[in-house]
Design a protein around this ligand. Structure first.
Ligand code: PLP
Length: 394
């Protein structure tokens, strides 16, 4: 299946007929421990650990299958899945940056990552500098002898700034840093950052990769040397292993990744154009719009795939008008998270980034009237009708 196309890999990669029963899909292995007979014990002790399971905190068969699927889609040597996206980000960074080290990150990132990098890492004595860009000039200003990691999101949450992944990876190589990108918004359907020279990709699989809003999960992909080191050290002992059931659900969700992403991208472009033409909307941030500053970059990186399912826009009249509008979009549930089949709406200044001080939020580019829409895979006419009725109320 090595040369198979993306959709074929999404359906088949990692999947093997169950040797015991012939079941097409893997059974769910809900067990915490695995029994060894004498032969297994001797094999394990001789160093041949292939196919031997020990304890559910280390790994489980459903997890292995899922890791193979994600690695195949990302074109990675290895994948390690975790119990949440935040666990994936924490482990990926902590594998390279230890107490006394320094990290450089893009200024706009998911608020949970921002909190991790500021409050939690501060306690760990890991310093983080936030930058506007990854130009030589900017990096020279913040670079230190103890800098270990360069970090950014492929498309920044929630401002929709697209990362020039090639330039980012080149910057890391030049400065001997580990480059880590969060590709949650893009998924391997839109871009495979490892092919652009990035060292490590992290995902909140809670979002598009699973796509059905029924679990929390994360993934780290990259070279075997990097991932195996995480698995044998901090992963094993911090214990963020996902449950076999979450992995099983993920495997089911990922079979339709290419179909869902195609529909998310198609719908979002139509919705973004419609919003841009509406006089109650001040501005729309969607990389697929010609007016977006990263339109050309988005075409270069994402090609025919489209520009994703996420749109951020500012409603004229500030926070109150934005709230009244967001409360009344019938098709879209008012909730955090993104990437589900269902359209979802949220206000970053009140929800995802609400815990940040207003000045910190604004420095990230998050205005009070900002609304974030995760465009679902419903019929796009219904999404637009719902947006239109809600806008008519303000
Ligand atoms: C871009 C991005 N990365 C990481 C996360 C964290 O993922 P999780 O909630 O699965 O821990 C989120 C959550 O919203 C996110 O939007």
């Amino acid at each position: 299946m090595k040369n198979a196309k993306f959709g074929t890999k999404a359906v088949h990669a990692g999947q093997e007929v169950d040797p015991l029963t012939g079941a097409l899909l893997s059974p769910l292995y809900m067990t915490s421990t695995y029994c060894w007979d004498q032969e297994t014990r001797e094999r394990y002790l001789s160093g041949d650990k292939e196919g031997i399971y020990t304890y559910g905190r280390s790994r489980n068969p459903n997890q292995n299958e899922l890791q193979e699927k994600i690695a195949a889609l990302e074109g990675a040597e290895r994948c390690l899945v975790t119990a949440s996206g935040m666990a994936a980000i924490s482990l990926a960074v902590l594998n390279a940056a230890h107490s006394g080290d320094h990290v450089i990150a893009y200024k706009t990132i998911y608020s949970g990552s921002f909190k991790l990098f500021t409050q939690i890492f501060e306690e760990f004595k890991i310093e983080v500098s936030f930058v506007e860009d990854f130009s030589d000039e900017t990096i020279a200003k913040v670079m230190q002898p103890n800098t270990k990691v360069l970090y950014a999101e492929t498309v920044a949450n929630p401002t929709m700034t697209v990362l020039d992944i090639d330039a980012f990876a080149a910057c890391a190589k030049k400065n001997n840093l580990v480059s880590i990108v969060d590709s949650t918004f893009t998924t391997p359907y839109m871009v495979r950052p490892l092919e652009h020279g990035v060292d490590v990709v992290v995902h909140s699989t809670t979002k598009y990769l699973n796509g059905h809003g029924d679990l929390i999960g994360g993934a780290i992909v990259g070279k075997s040397s990097y991932i195996d080191k995480i698995r044998s050290s901090i992963y094993q002992e911090l214990g963020p292993v996902p449950s076999p059931f979450s992995c099983w659900l993920m495997l089911r969700g990922m079979k339709t990744l290419h179909l869902r992403m195609r529909q998310h991208c198609e719908n979002a472009l139509v919705v973004a154009k419609w919003l841009e033409a509406n006089d109650k909307i001040e501005s729309v941030e969607y990389p697929g719009l010609e007016s977006h500053p990263n339109f050309e970059l988005s075409k270069r990186l994402f090609g025919e795939a489209g520009s994703g399912g996420m749109i951020s826009f500012i409603v004229k009249g500030g926070l109150d008008k934005a709230t009244k509008f967001a409360d009344n979009v019938e098709i879209a549930k008012y909730c955090v998270s993104l990437g589900d089949c269902d359209t979802m709406i949220q206000q970053p200044p009140l929800q995802t980034h609400g815990m940040l001080k207003p000045e910190v939020r604004r420095a990230m580019g998050i205005e009070d009237g900002l609304v974030r829409l995760s465009v679902g895979i419903e019929d796009v006419e219904d999404i637009i009708n719902s947006l239109e009725s809600a806008l008519s109320l303000i």
